[in-house]
Design a protein around this ligand. Sequence first.
Ligand code: TRP
Length: 336
Amino acid sequence: MSENQKKTIFSGVQPSGKLTLGNYLGAIRNFPILQQSYHCIYCVVDMHAITVRQEAAALRRATLEVLAQYIACGLDPEKSILFIQSHVPAHAELAWVLNCFTMFGEASRMTQFKDKSAKHADNINVGLFTYPVLMAADILLYQADLVPVGVDQSQHIEICRDIAGRFNGLYPGTFVMPEGYYPKAGEGAKINSLADPRMKMSKSDPNPGGCILLMDKPEDIMRKFKRAVTDSEASIVMDPVGKPGVSNLIQIYALATGKTIAEVENEFAGKGYGEFKPAVGEAVVELLRPIRERTEQLLASKDYLEQVYTQGAQKAAYLARKTLDKVYRKVGFVAR
Ligand code: TRP
């Protein structure tokens, strides 16, 4: 495919610093493949992060950790654009314009705003309210065609499309209309908690044993898998409804080793959980080992990381500026 036929993928990632095995198997694993056939732009959204209180040093560290982990998972800064949101002022600038094209009523309907307001009742700030407008600015600045997100973000994609449609209605041809890109079955696997296999694996799991982090040490990974909740049947077969714990482990083992579900069932036919659980643990240890080691190396070489995000911001700013200039002209700002 020629360079300018390629579509653009934009994705934002919260600088939480803690990516999980679920994030990896569900999405990040596919990034290196995507960057062959798309223009990929990945942005660490530190400006979104401060809609809830952050500790400054922790936010800085988490921002770099996410960058390092993305690179360690196979994102190539020569092929994809990797940058930090606050380094490209056009995000804040376009967000202001889009605020004036977003209705109070539609923003009020966002369920994430309602959830976060309930969770942070002492800090219901206006940034939390306009969070989706900044997200729309992120996406529309790069004329993105596709936006890979989890289903929890689908409402934010819809409001982005509504804002873009409203703006384009008044000023035709300004923005490409983006689409959400939700992982298809088989492509992005849903991985569940090891402690409560009916829940999605999440870094906010009330039981930390339920969640594997990319940076977990081998002994922690082994311990969590050995304690994984299963059932009392002792049969290693896929049955997501009846045996959610075992099915989750089968799925993880299959993805970590590249085997099919049937191959995994065969391999462990007649064997017990005492043998199966550590085998899954070992497969995950080996899957994550190179990622953790590479991340540690990258975090130790601050100069390299700095070069990546500085060059990323330069490339991003160039693209963003083109869109922002167009928007400023259309709304009637005098050219600077
Ligand atoms: N809101 C997204 C999340 O919490 C992060 C995000 C910010 C994002 N800007 C974006 C995702 C733009 C995709 C595109 O996951």
